[in-house]
Write a protein that binds this ligand. Structure first.
Ligand SMILES: Cc1ncc(COP(=O)(O)O)c(C=O)c1O
Length: 379
């Protein structure tokens, strides 16, 4: 069996006769046929043909295949964004009149998708605290069609007990879908713990270079096929070029995660030593390490506006997972739409900073943080 790192780097043999070392970009909207019998071949079961890029194209298929392999899942589909991957995954299992359980600390965009879009489509959404899993079980009814969660939550980096969630949901014959964006398959492979569908905003660590918007859904073959049909009907396809870029980024996933995660650990330790700073950093992830995200709260002795303004090269962005260290402000970006009482309950406060640690030298990141913290100290 091939190792994780082998699978990250190598492509499967391609049907391309050009012997090109890298995968060609199939920048085409459609494919050609030699006659009507040839065309009919596309519609036969188990065919390997392509017809029209919204239905399928070698580059998105390669992205889907690679992420499926890394997650250990039998099937996958690549889509235009993390949100469209979530949408087609949920649509593959949930119907109007049914209900879904989501954690209250879910990513803000996902919260909106469920609370706004799906509520409008007559799906009942139950938002519960997943820190006490007996609450999850209490809310499962015969209408529950899906339990949805994240392997590492955003922005406070709570590590979900995936096995326990799966045990509870499957006891009631309810499928489980997990967003594995923050952990990446390098640190966590939820499909192997029994999760039915795993989703990634490949915009983040899978792509890794902040130059694409992409999503991947992997999991059980029948579910992924249903999700793929929705993605085709709703036009959620990703372009060949964006898929190609994402695959190129993915090849360095392991080395990026190793270095970014060890940098993040050093920054968490540094911040932990500063007075007036509360650090959120996951205690463990699988066997490899702790991930590359560090969140921290600056309490009263710091002026949060000054802290952000004083950062010289660490940029403020509403995203994460690039090769550069960046910071975001969850209260006004990713979690802006949450009701204020929910923000408060979850600890998404005025002083909360979410940092995505990059590949720089630790000394450089530490220097930048130290000088911004110093400048932000109140008199
Ligand atoms: C955990 C998580 N899931 C899903 C998404 C949505 O992904 P995209 O922006 O690629 O649609 C994001 C975006 O920030 C995210 O952080």
């Amino acid at each position: 069996m091939k190792s994780f790192n082998w699978k990250v780097i190598h492509d499967r043999a391609q049907d391309d006769a050009s012997t090109s070392k890298t995968t060609p970009i199939y920048q085409t909207s459609s494919f050609t046929f030699t006659g009507l019998d040839d065309l009919e071949g596309f519609f036969q079961p188990e065919n390997n043909r392509y017809m029209y890029s919204r239905y399928g194209n070698p580059n998105p298929d390669q992205l889907a295949r690679k992420v499926s392999e890394l997650e250990g899942a039998p099937a996958g589909v690549a889509t235009s964004s993390g949100m469209s991957a979530i949408l087609c995954g949920v649509l593959s299992v949930v119907r109007p009149g049914e209900s879904v359980l989501i954690p209250e600390d879910v990513y803000g965009g996902t919260y909106d998708l469920f609370q706004q879009f799906f509520q409008e489509w007559q799906v009942d959404i139950h938002t519960v605290s997943f820190t006490d899993l007996s609450e999850v079980e209490k809310h499962i009814t015969e209408k529950t069609a899906l339990v949805y969660t994240e392997s590492v939550t955003n922005p406070l980096l709570r590590v979900e007990n995936i096995e326990a969630v799966v045990n509870i949901a499957h006891k009631h014959r309810v499928p489980v879908m997990v967003d594995n964006t923050f952990a990446t398959p390098y640190f966590s492979q939820p499909y192997k713990s029994g999760v039915d569908l795993v989703v990634h905003s490949a915009t983040k660590y899978i792509g890794g270079h902040s130059d694409v918007t992409a999503g991947v859904l992997v999991g059980e073959k029948a579910l992924v096929e249903r999700a793929k049909a929705k993605a085709i009907q709703l036009g959620m396809n990703i372009s060949p070029f964006e898929s190609w870029l994402t695959v190129r980024g993915l090849k360095t996933l392991s080395v990026r995660m190793e270095r970014q995660s060890s940098n993040a650990k050093a920054m968490a330790e540094f911040l932990n030593d500063q007075s007036g700073v509360n650090v959120y950093y996951p205690e463990y992830l699988a066997t490899h390490g702790n991930g590359a995200m560090v969140s921290f709260e600056l309490v009263d002795r710091y002026d949060i506006h000054k802290f952000f303004e004083q950062l010289e090269w660490v940029k403020i962005v509403p995203t994460l997972a690039g090769v550069e260290t960046t910071v975001s402000y969850p209260l006004k970006t990713s979690h802006r739409s949450l009701p204020p009482q929910m923000q408060k309950k979850l600890g998404i406060t005025e002083g909360l900073v979410r940092m995505s640690v990059g590949l720089e030298d630790q000394m450089d990141i530490m220097k930048e943080l130290r000088s911004a913290l110093k400048a932000a100290e109140k008199d």
